[in-house]
Design a protein around this ligand. Structure first.
Ligand code: ZN
Length: 261
């Protein structure tokens, strides 16, 4: 059960993240909701996994922030996460915990871990990839593009994704009563989730061009003018892409588990 001590801890945790500029005020409220739901469903074990995702991701952006000022120009939002970003990455994980409360079925733990392994890999690679010394390559046309472009891959970004997915999988294996087969499914679909994220980012995510400086950006405003959409689907921003991959990856991971079970 969610006692007052745990709730206080989650609120203080979110408040510190807000104070450290990892979360906006709305992001901190959303994080409190996600954290409480995860605790209700999977207890301290679930909370350790969520905390690992959140703390490691915040730490990476915190440590690397100064080196990638240029990328903030390209991305729609800065590294401070609002409630939409928190929900895009943690919403599905929280829903899995809700379902686990009622069914106590292991499939919700598999879905939970897959969703967060995918989100961790994606966040790590988005933070680390742009620091690569080499320009990333777009999966759309294999051309070199600006660092930080959605749908572009670099060696550093790819290894960061693998490390993020691997960390959550190993922790999940150590903490939860899952078999090594389940762990492989979680690892595999965590990586698939990152692949889906990259391909959606390349082919469907909206991109804009600034009419003033002609820069390609995900921002709707640049140089104090409204930017023009040049490709993608209008509602497909980075949050929608993250939400879709955090949803699709667990669905396939559970289907695969049920198929081989
Ligand atoms: Zn501009």
């Amino acid at each position: 059960m969610l006692d007052i001590g745990i709730l206080t801890f989650i609120i203080i945790f979110s408040f510190i993240a807000y104070k450290l500029n990892s979360l906006t005020a709305s992001g901190a409220i959303a994080a409190t909701l996600v954290g409480s739901t995860v605790y209700l469903g999977l207890g301290i074990d679930g909370f350790i996994i969520l905390g690992t995702f959140f703390v490691s991701s915040s730490l990476i952006s915190f440590l690397k922030n100064r080196q990638k000022e240029g990328i903030e120009e390209t991305l729609e939002k800065g590294s401070r996460r609002d409630y939409v970003q928190v929900m895009a990455n943690g919403g599905i994980a929280a829903i899995c915990c809700l379902f686990f409360i009622f069914s106590k079925d292991i499939i919700w733990i598999i879905a939970y871990l897959t969703s967060l392994s995918s989100a961790t890999g994606d966040t790590w690679s988005s933070e680390m990839g742009p620091l690569s010394k080499h320009q990333p390559i777009s999966v759309k046309n294999f051309k070199k593009v600006q660092p930080g472009t959605s749908g572009a891959v670099s060696l550093l970004g790819t290894f960061s994704a693998l490390a993020g997915v691997g960390l959550i999988t190993v922790l999940g294996y150590l903490i939860f009563p899952i078999t090594w087969k389940m762990a492989w499914i979680i690892f595999f679909y965590g990586i698939v989730g990152n692949g889906i994220d990259t391909f959606l980012g390349a082919f469907l995510q909206r991109t804009f061009r600034c009419p003033t400086c002609h820069m390609m950006t995900e921002k709707t405003y640049h140089c104090e003018t409204k930017t023009k959409m040049v490709s993608g689907i209008s509602f497909m921003n980075n949050d929608a892409v993250n939400f879709l991959s955090s949803f699709i990856a667990p669905v396939f991971s559970v289907l695969t588990y049920l198929y081989f079970h």
